[in-house]
Design a protein around this ligand. Structure first.
Ligand code: AMP
Length: 192
């Protein structure tokens, strides 16, 4: 089983690389941001709650997020592995993911950190906001999300270093080169 955490700040390319990894290695892809945006579109209670946090650039509370993730994970049958995109975002989530996988006799294989300078992140997100119309890709909310990333999410870098799972990748430059570097690292843990 390959369980891959694709990690990085908003705009670092987690979604793009996550999709490519899922396709290349035949893995299930969970993007927690996508799960929440789908609930918002459906107008569900969960979507309404999520929207309040997303609009503020804040994280959804850990307990709620962990329940959602567990539900999605339970839906995967005969999975070759999972690519976790946008989860974990806090140390509490990382600890819970470790427990959830351990209960299934599994573990995180590698955590790939797509490292992109903040000015580049800002430029990418503003462009994405214009192209896709994602409501949280506006300058004010982006600034809040980057602050939330630096304070609540970036500590996971040291957490995964301690676990011996951390892999740093320079996340700016030609897209195909980044994809190639990511795939090479995954091949090295997949043993293929
Ligand atoms: P993303 O599409 O990954 O950028 O996520 C968009 C928004 O969804 C984030 O800014 C958070 O408000 C929320 N979100 C996504 N994943 C998580 C998570 N693991 N924990 C808490 N909030 C999350």
């Amino acid at each position: 089983m390959l369980n891959i955490v694709i990690f990085g700040a908003p705009g670092s390319g987690k979604g793009t690389q996550g999709e490519r990894i899922a396709e290349k290695f035949g893995l299930n892809h969970i993007s927690t941001g996508e799960v929440l945006r789908t609930e918002i579109k459906k107008g569900s209670e969960l979507g309404k709650t999520a929207q309040r946090y997303i609009d503020q650039g804040q994280l959804i509370p850990d307990e709620l997020m962990i329940d959602i993730l567990a539900g999605v994970l339970d839906g995967f049958i005969d999975s070759k592995g999972v690519i976790f995109d946008g989860f974990p975002r806090t140390i509490a989530q990382a600890e819970e993911l470790k427990k959830m996988l351990a209960n299934r006799g599994q573990e995180v294989s590698i955590m790939i950190d797509l490292d992109v300078p903040e000015a580049e992140l800002m430029a990418r997100l503003i462009k994405r906001g214009k192209d896709s119309g994602r409501a949280d890709d506006n300058e004010e909310t982006i600034k809040k999300r980057l602050l939330v990333y630096n304070t609540q999410t970036a500590p996971l870098i040291d957490w995964y270093k301690n676990e011996g799972k951390y892999c740093h990748i320079q996340g700016h430059g030609p897209l195909e080169e980044i994809t190639e570097k990511v795939h090479k690292e995954i091949f090295s843990v997949a043993g293929v």
